[in-house]
Design a protein. Structure first.
Length: 130
Protein backbone atom coordinates (compact mmCIF):
# COMPACT_ATOMS: atom_id res chain seq x y z
CA UNK A 1 0.00 0.00 0.00
CA UNK A 2 1.25 3.46 -0.84
CA UNK A 3 2.25 5.63 2.07
CA UNK A 4 -0.38 8.25 2.75
CA UNK A 5 0.70 11.85 2.62
CA UNK A 6 0.03 14.05 5.63
CA UNK A 7 -2.72 15.77 3.63
CA UNK A 8 -4.32 12.39 2.83
CA UNK A 9 -4.16 11.36 6.48
CA UNK A 10 -5.88 14.57 7.51
CA UNK A 11 -8.52 14.24 4.80
CA UNK A 12 -9.15 10.60 5.69
CA UNK A 13 -9.63 11.58 9.33
CA UNK A 14 -12.16 14.26 8.39
CA UNK A 15 -14.01 11.79 6.16
CA UNK A 16 -14.02 9.18 8.95
CA UNK A 17 -15.33 11.70 11.47
CA UNK A 18 -18.15 12.68 9.09
CA UNK A 19 -19.01 9.03 8.50
CA UNK A 20 -19.10 8.37 12.23
CA UNK A 21 -21.58 11.22 12.62
CA UNK A 22 -23.77 9.70 9.91
CA UNK A 23 -22.99 12.30 7.25
CA UNK A 24 -22.58 9.80 4.42
CA UNK A 25 -24.22 12.22 1.97
CA UNK A 26 -21.40 14.70 2.57
CA UNK A 27 -18.81 12.04 1.75
CA UNK A 28 -20.77 11.02 -1.34
CA UNK A 29 -20.69 14.63 -2.50
CA UNK A 30 -16.94 14.73 -1.92
CA UNK A 31 -16.23 11.60 -3.98
CA UNK A 32 -18.61 12.72 -6.73
CA UNK A 33 -16.55 15.89 -6.94
CA UNK A 34 -13.18 14.09 -6.66
CA UNK A 35 -13.29 10.34 -7.46
CA UNK A 36 -9.60 10.04 -6.61
CA UNK A 37 -10.74 10.03 -2.96
CA UNK A 38 -11.55 6.34 -3.38
CA UNK A 39 -7.82 5.83 -2.80
CA UNK A 40 -8.53 6.45 0.92
CA UNK A 41 -10.97 3.55 1.23
CA UNK A 42 -8.44 1.13 2.69
CA UNK A 43 -7.49 3.60 5.38
CA UNK A 44 -11.14 4.26 6.21
CA UNK A 45 -11.75 0.54 6.66
CA UNK A 46 -8.88 0.32 9.15
CA UNK A 47 -10.75 2.72 11.42
CA UNK A 48 -11.82 0.99 14.62
CA UNK A 49 -15.11 2.89 14.76
CA UNK A 50 -17.87 0.63 13.54
CA UNK A 51 -20.01 3.49 12.23
CA UNK A 52 -17.17 4.64 9.99
CA UNK A 53 -17.03 1.22 8.36
CA UNK A 54 -20.82 1.06 8.05
CA UNK A 55 -20.70 4.47 6.36
CA UNK A 56 -18.14 3.18 3.87
CA UNK A 57 -20.44 0.27 3.01
CA UNK A 58 -23.39 2.65 2.50
CA UNK A 59 -21.20 4.86 0.34
CA UNK A 60 -20.27 1.93 -1.90
CA UNK A 61 -23.82 0.57 -2.08
CA UNK A 62 -24.97 3.92 -3.44
CA UNK A 63 -21.99 4.85 -5.58
CA UNK A 64 -21.82 1.41 -7.21
CA UNK A 65 -25.26 2.11 -8.66
CA UNK A 66 -24.53 5.72 -9.59
CA UNK A 67 -20.96 5.51 -10.82
CA UNK A 68 -19.74 1.94 -11.27
CA UNK A 69 -16.73 3.07 -13.31
CA UNK A 70 -15.45 5.15 -10.42
CA UNK A 71 -15.80 2.79 -7.44
CA UNK A 72 -13.16 0.58 -9.02
CA UNK A 73 -10.64 3.24 -8.03
CA UNK A 74 -10.83 1.80 -4.49
CA UNK A 75 -9.61 -1.64 -5.55
CA UNK A 76 -5.86 -1.01 -5.05
CA UNK A 77 -6.41 0.20 -1.47
CA UNK A 78 -8.67 -2.78 -0.78
CA UNK A 79 -6.24 -5.29 -2.25
CA UNK A 80 -3.68 -4.16 0.30
CA UNK A 81 -6.04 -5.18 3.13
CA UNK A 82 -6.52 -8.79 2.04
CA UNK A 83 -3.41 -9.95 3.86
CA UNK A 84 -4.03 -7.99 7.05
CA UNK A 85 -3.50 -10.05 10.19
CA UNK A 86 -6.59 -8.48 11.79
CA UNK A 87 -9.61 -10.49 10.59
CA UNK A 88 -12.22 -7.72 10.73
CA UNK A 89 -10.11 -5.59 8.39
CA UNK A 90 -9.97 -8.43 5.85
CA UNK A 91 -13.70 -8.89 6.29
CA UNK A 92 -14.46 -5.23 5.67
CA UNK A 93 -12.31 -5.28 2.53
CA UNK A 94 -14.06 -8.46 1.37
CA UNK A 95 -17.45 -6.84 1.79
CA UNK A 96 -16.53 -3.75 -0.21
CA UNK A 97 -14.92 -5.84 -2.96
CA UNK A 98 -18.17 -7.78 -3.18
CA UNK A 99 -20.18 -4.58 -3.38
CA UNK A 100 -17.95 -3.28 -6.19
CA UNK A 101 -18.85 -6.48 -8.05
CA UNK A 102 -16.53 -6.34 -11.05
CA UNK A 103 -14.50 -9.24 -12.44
CA UNK A 104 -11.35 -7.75 -10.86
CA UNK A 105 -12.90 -7.20 -7.43
CA UNK A 106 -14.52 -10.64 -7.40
CA UNK A 107 -11.24 -12.29 -8.40
CA UNK A 108 -9.57 -10.60 -5.43
CA UNK A 109 -12.45 -11.63 -3.20
CA UNK A 110 -11.97 -15.23 -4.31
CA UNK A 111 -8.47 -15.20 -2.80
CA UNK A 112 -10.19 -15.20 0.61
CA UNK A 113 -12.30 -18.27 -0.13
CA UNK A 114 -10.13 -20.37 2.22
CA UNK A 115 -9.50 -17.68 4.83
CA UNK A 116 -8.87 -18.95 8.37
CA UNK A 117 -11.87 -16.96 9.66
CA UNK A 118 -15.31 -18.51 9.11
CA UNK A 119 -17.01 -15.08 8.92
CA UNK A 120 -14.75 -14.05 6.04
CA UNK A 121 -15.43 -17.31 4.20
CA UNK A 122 -19.13 -16.61 4.71
CA UNK A 123 -18.81 -13.12 3.19
CA UNK A 124 -16.97 -14.60 0.21
CA UNK A 125 -19.64 -17.28 -0.16
CA UNK A 126 -22.41 -14.68 -0.04
CA UNK A 127 -20.91 -12.82 -3.00
CA UNK A 128 -19.42 -15.71 -4.99
CA UNK A 129 -21.74 -18.55 -4.07
CA UNK A 130 -20.80 -21.65 -2.09
Amino acid sequence: MEKETAADQELRQVMADFLEMGHVENIMAMVRQDPSLYRLTGGLLRDERFMVRVGVAVLFETMREERPNEVILAIPSLKALLTEPIPWIRGEAANILGLINTPESLALLATLRNDSEPQIREIVGDYLGA
